[in-house]
Write a protein that binds this ligand. Structure first.
Ligand code: NYM
Length: 225
């Protein structure tokens, strides 16, 4: 079934705290799908810093501008909505699998980890309700201590120990509600393993997901609806 031509592409999201190796794994996964398996697949990422909104986000992350916590949350969400037509067309018209580095889960996890929004998880989620829903969320799990051992965080906003710890807790909260609602399956991969081991686990999950999408002719879902 993996070689059959799909009615649409599968939408795979990789999530995790900073320094968990997401970006490396997105690259390896794309190569695996395209080069080894000969499939049509593309990589996308959020924030997409190449758009107008993305440029504002980039300035904020580099501390070149200040924004209210809700305002920046809305910009991250707007960034997904402005790129959503391309995402959908890649999946539905292009019939390409999309491997995405972060999505709305990062949006909610990072914003709601801030003190000002700690009681507003539902508000944070509401902005992204109705976006294309992933067929699988692969969460690269790394503890705070393991992340720190990878040479410390960078210079960008949010790359602070206490915040990252809360972000990790938010992610597991989101996993729990998604699992309860039974819409989007989450797969937790231990990101402390070697690059090759992580890659093999991810490939197996993704191949299974693609097979399911194709065999069941699964329609594209709507996030958190
Ligand atoms: N981030 C990312 C958010 O705060 N909200 C979002 O919606 C998304 C997609 O941006 N620390 C944060 C997480 C990261 C930062 O991401 C930049 P990256 O993947 O390092 O470019």
């Amino acid at each position: 079934p993996l070689s059959a031509s799909p009615h649409r592409g599968a939408f795979i999201v990789l999530e995790g705290v900073d320094r968990c190796g997401k970006t490396t794994q997105v690259g390896l996964l794309l190569k695996h799908l395209v080069v080894q398996l000969g499939m049509a697949a593309v990589a996308m990422r959020f924030p997409d810093r190449t758009t107008l909104v993305g440029n504002l986000i980039n300035q904020y992350l580099q501390s070149k501008s200040e924004l209210d916590d809700r305002a920046i949350h809305l910009l991250f969400s707007a960034n997904r909505w402005e790129v959503a037509p391309t995402l959908k067309s890649n999946l539905l018209e292009g019939k390409q699998h999309v491997v995405c580095d972060r999505y709305a889960y990062s949006g909610v996890a990072f914003s709601s980890a801030k003190e000002s929004l700690q009681n507003d998880l539902e508000w944070c989620k509401s902005c992204d309700v109705g976006l294309p829903a992933p067929d699988a969320v692969i969460f690269l799990d790394l503890t705070q201590e393991q992340a720190e051992q990878r040479g410390g965080y960078g210079e960008e906003r949010y790359e602070k120990k206490e915040l990252q710890q809360r972000v990790r807790e938010r992610f597991s909260q989101l996993q729990a509600t998604d699992t309860e609602n039974g819409q989007v399956p989450w797969y937790v991969v231990n990101a402390a393993q070697s690059i090759e081991e992580v890659q093999q686990e991810i490939s197996a999950i993704v191949e299974q997901t693609i097979e399911k999408v194709i065999l069941e002719e699964k329609p594209l879902g709507l996030l958190w609806l």
